[in-house]
Design a protein around this ligand. Structure first.
Ligand code: FDA
Length: 308
């Protein structure tokens, strides 16, 4: 309930302006965001990798409405990939891309532009020896994102998908994507969605997550279990055992700054654990989704605003 209210209120331009004026170094922003520049994100990646973790980096930004901004985001990914390559990190670090940041929502040719920009990023990632995963945004973009994924996978079959367990359609999408070579990140879902398309309460979302996970673990693809939920992490382990999966045939994923001890514990047990590291100046939307997930974060955040 609080989550839905917060996600709704966050659309207010006044609130966005007040929050965006916080420096990225302020406590709550720095907890979830690795910095505003690529070199800061690469530094965070180096630290995580030295602890035995893997990384996926997200250049923050979404819902781009100008072609120039979509091009700038694409260029930012090319620069990031160059820096990761120079630092020798492309075996351990890949990138995550939001299609709305590379043009998907532009009027007219938006989908075509997003596909071409994503293709450019996939090409650079492959040249650097790494991969791309397409983030999933609100439900109005799901069909378009899956269609662009299908197109990209013709040339870049290593491109990863994200599916959201809160959507009623996701079990069917899991069946479609649980084939050999298919990397699928399963998360609960972070947007405000109507009841017609999404489960609204935690118990229903969790049950859906388990059903989806069962399909992915029993399939031939590479499941990426993106959750901090201790119960779901345990269930993922048992489903993988029951499906006869070895530890190198699936991975756990968590967000930068959330349950870091658990990330290291799972890695110390021999699991692949990948941390999603966001960076960039446009951190507002990302931060709001993290605050909405946990009331305790909100208190911490309000303290940051008051002490500004
Ligand atoms: P849940 O929210 O139930 O949290 C379980 C426990 O984790 C909490 O009790 C708490 O201990 C901890 N926790 C969770 N969130 C926290 C927070 N913000 N602060 C502090 N503690 C927290 N979503 C989406 O719609 N599209 C996408 O592309 C992605 N991509 C993505 C990648 C990766 C690697 C991850 C881990 C997550 C995403 N998400 C996402 C976000 C996802 O949908 C979801 O909103 C969050 O992961 C929170 O859900 P949990 O599964 O962690 O469970």
């Amino acid at each position: 309930m609080l989550r839905q209210v917060l996600l709704g209120v966050s659309r207010s331009p006044k609130i966005k302006k007040a929050v965006s004026s916080l420096p990225v170094s302020s406590g709550i922003v720095a907890r979830f965001v690795a910095g505003e520049r690529a070199d800061q994100a690469v530094l965070s990646t180096e630290k995580l990798v030295s602890d035995g973790l893997f990384v996926t980096l997200d250049h923050l930004g979404e819902d781009v409405t100008e072609l120039a901004d979509a091009t700038a985001t694409t260029d930012a990914y090319l620069e990031l990939l160059r820096q990761l390559s120079e630092a020798g990190l492309t075996q351990q670090a890949e990138v995550s891309v939001k299609l709305s940041a590379v043009g998907q929502a532009l009027p007219g040719d938006g989908e075509k532009i997003a596909l071409e920009n994503a293709r450019t990023i996939c090409h650079a990632a492959r040249n650097a020896g790494t991969t791309v995963t397409l983030d999933m945004e609100d439900h109005t973009t799901t069909d378009s994102t899956l269609e662009i994924l299908r197109e990209l996978r013709q040339d870049f079959p290593e491109t990863g998908a994200v599916l959201q367990a809160y959507l009623r359609r996701t079990e069917a999408d899991c069946r479609d994507l649980a084939h050999a070579g298919s990397r699928v990140r399963l998360c609960k879902g972070a947007y405000k969605e109507p009841e017609s398309v999404a489960f609204q309460n935690k118990a229903e979302v969790d049950k859906s997550y388990v059903r989806c996970l069962r399909i992915l673990m029993n399939g031939a693809g590479y499941p990426m279990v993106a959750s901090h939920d201790p119960r779901l992490i345990r269930i993922a382990g048992s489903l993988a055992d029951r499906a006869g999966r070895h530890k190198d045939t699936f991975e756990f994923q968590m967000l930068f700054g959330i349950r870091p001890e658990e990330q290291r514990r799972l890695a110390s047990e021999g699991h692949t654990v990948r941390v999603y590291v966001p960076y960039g100046e446009d951190w507002y939307g990302y931060l709001v989704r993290r605050l909405a997930e946990r009331p305790a974060n909100l208190q911490f955040f309000l303290r940051s605003l008051i002490s500004k």
